[in-house]
Write a protein that binds this ligand. Structure first.
Ligand code: AMP
Length: 539
């Protein structure tokens, strides 16, 4: 017997229409490169989104065409987020931190037809545009000054259109967006989101036990809109009618903290580096900013060190929500929420749980497996590769790349090495390509980094494998000290001795001004290995 319920398709268009209907007075606040704030009501946002769709249709964009964006976080980018999928085209967010050669590879692979680019990023665009034969039009967003006269101007195009674009009916399985992985090895791979996956991810991320988004929230995605859809926040914030605060290109701690305080942000999200800077700023002047409106700071993309989670909580009464995800998982996969049955645990145990990557969000399944594919026990100590599945997890990559990441029985291999405890809490010990194997034993670089970052003088620590003549690999630690602080190698070793097994102690430390990073702010350990991986060989 079949159910007898309407099979209304799950479309981004419905999220947009609901926002128009119920929340016309909600606002999108954008801060420009010059630091000025502009405010746009949802009513006007809707009209502009319709006009953008009209302009794209006039330029010849049809269903399934890829329209790329090369933009910072601002309201026009949000218009593209909704207008492009709702007209049946596919939003392809380009990562402005990539090298032009990578961007040309990505734009060629996606066969982008139109590119919407911030004027401030035109020099970058011009470095790769000629290598992408599919591009027919470039539309310039005048973010930091007027559009050059020989190029299409975003505002001029919108001014010529009507407010009432007729959104087409769409199959919920049709592509809504493409985002390329920020892979540190091999070519980036395209993940193709559908309308259905986007809407389901939006609903799950709004749930009370996920991010608990509501109309009363003020949401600031610090995470760039080119990084895994800004973790879905542009869709989920608009879905509930929240006020959205777009920080533009100024991502330094001072600018962000000021914006959070003045706009009374309730939920902000970004990678640990951003929050480390903010924590240091608050520590230096604890009374300077009033951040009492904030109820959750969502941290993900890399492991949030326990010392940071604890520092925000105990010194500034700010609550960190630690989340795990990937471009391939839309991206929210799991979240470190403490279950009621565990609430009574002591503060140290609570911090321990909040520093894990949490357990899978609704609709996502998780397991971890051994090298031979054997499913492993949830005992909190057996390490294996995390696999996930669910309706907003990729089932393949654009063009059939990376087929080995998908198992015969329908799971996605994340490449993250984890333990899972009896309650389902995942703890990432490493990326599989970053694991350190010393004399046949695994050493967790993430655990070592967390221990090092709990030292008062250490701002950041990245632990990586150095080749070793006897042990095969030994840990090396790259360290960035806090300004005005000092620590010797012996002091760091003494700090670690009480926290980790003796054979985990790094063989050496490298003090640096900055740890090399990927385009999405993760430690680039392959570069550390390339530059310093042989330093133990001659010893
Ligand atoms: P991306 O697709 O660029 O978002 O990268 C996904 C990868 O980032 C994951 O496979 C993890 O290795 C890492 N990652 C994301 N969130 C976390 C987290 N909370 N803790 C540790 N690693 C994370």
């Amino acid at each position: 017997m079949l159910g007898q319920m309407m099979e209304t398709p799950l479309l981004v268009t419905s999220v947009l229409e609901r926002a128009r209907r119920f929340f016309p007075r909600s606002e999108i606040v954008t801060r420009s490169a010059a630091g000025e704030l502009s405010r746009l009501s949802y009513a006007d946002f809707y009209k502009r989104t319709a006009r953008l769709a009209g302009a794209l249709a006039r330029l010849g964009v049809v269903r399934g065409d890829r329209v790329a964006t090369l933009c910072w976080n601002h309201h026009r980018h949000l218009e593209a987020y909704f207008g492009i999928p709702s007209m049946g085209a596919v939003l392809h967010t380009l990562n402005l931190r990539l090298h032009p050669s990578e961007l040309s590879f990505i734009a060629r692979s996606a066969e982008d037809k139109v590119v919407i680019v911030d004027r401030s990023l035109l020099p970058l665009y011009q470095k790769f545009a000629a290598d992408v034969p599919s591009i027919r039009h470039v539309i310039v967003v005048p973010d930091d000054g007027a559009t050059p006269p020989d190029l299409l101007d975003y505002e001029t195009l919108l001014a010529a259109e009507r407010d009432d674009f007729a959104w087409p009916p769409l199959d919920e399985r049709s592509a809504a967006g493409i985002c390329f992985t920020s892979g540190t090895t091999g070519n980036p791979k395209g993940v193709v989101y559908s309308h259905r996956s986007t809407v389901l991810h939006t609903m799950v991320s709004c749930m009370t036990d996920t991010l608990a988004l509501s109309e009363g929230d003020v949401v600031m995605p610090v995470v760039p809109m080119f990084h895994a859809n800004a973790w879905g926040l542009p869709y989920s914030a608009v879905a509930v009618g929240a006020r959205v605060v777009m920080p533009g290109p100024r991502l330094d701690a001072e600018s962000l903290t000021t914006l959070m305080a003045t706009e009374k942000v309730t939920l902000a999200a970004g990678v640990p580096t951003i929050w480390l800077g903010i924590l240091a700023l608050l520590d230096a002047a604890p009374k300077r900013f009033d951040l009492s409106s904030i109820r959750s700071m969502v941290i993900g993309g890399s492991a949030a060190p326990p010392s940071m989670i604890e520092g925000f909580q105990s010194r500034h009464k700010l609550h960190v929500t630690h989340a795990w995800g990937m471009t391939e998982t839309s991206p929210l996969g799991s979240l470190a929420r403490i279950k009621r049955s565990l609430d009574a645990a002591d503060p140290a145990a609570q911090l321990g749980l909040r520093s894990t990557q949490g357990y899978a969000v609704t609709l996502i399944d998780q397991r971890h497996v051994a090298d031979d594919g054997r499913v492993l026990p949830w005992d909190g100590s057996t390490m294996g590769e995390l696999e996930v599945r669910g309706p907003f997890v990729a089932s393949g990559y654009l063009g059939g790349a990376g087929a080995d990441r998908f198992t015969q029985d329908g799971w996605f291999k994340t490449g993250d090495v984890v333990t899972i405890d009896a309650e389902g809490y995942i703890r990432i010990t490493d990326r599989s390509k970053d694991v350190i194997k010393s004399g046949g034993e695994w050493i967790s670089s993430v655990a070592l980094e967390n221990a090092l970052m709990s030292h008062p003088a250490v701002l950041e620590a990245a632990v990586f494998a150095g080749r070793h003549p006897k042990w095969d690999e030994r840990p090396l630690a790259a360290i960035v000290l806090k300004p005005g602080h000092s620590a010797t190698k012996a002091e760091l070793t003494a700090h670690l001795e009480s926290r980790v097994a003796k054979f985990w102690l790094p063989d050496d430390y490298l003090f640096m001004a900055q740890i090399p990073r990927t385009s999405t702010g993760k430690f680039l350990k392959s570069k550390l290995r390339d530059d310093h991986g042989d330093m133990l060989m001659g010893r």
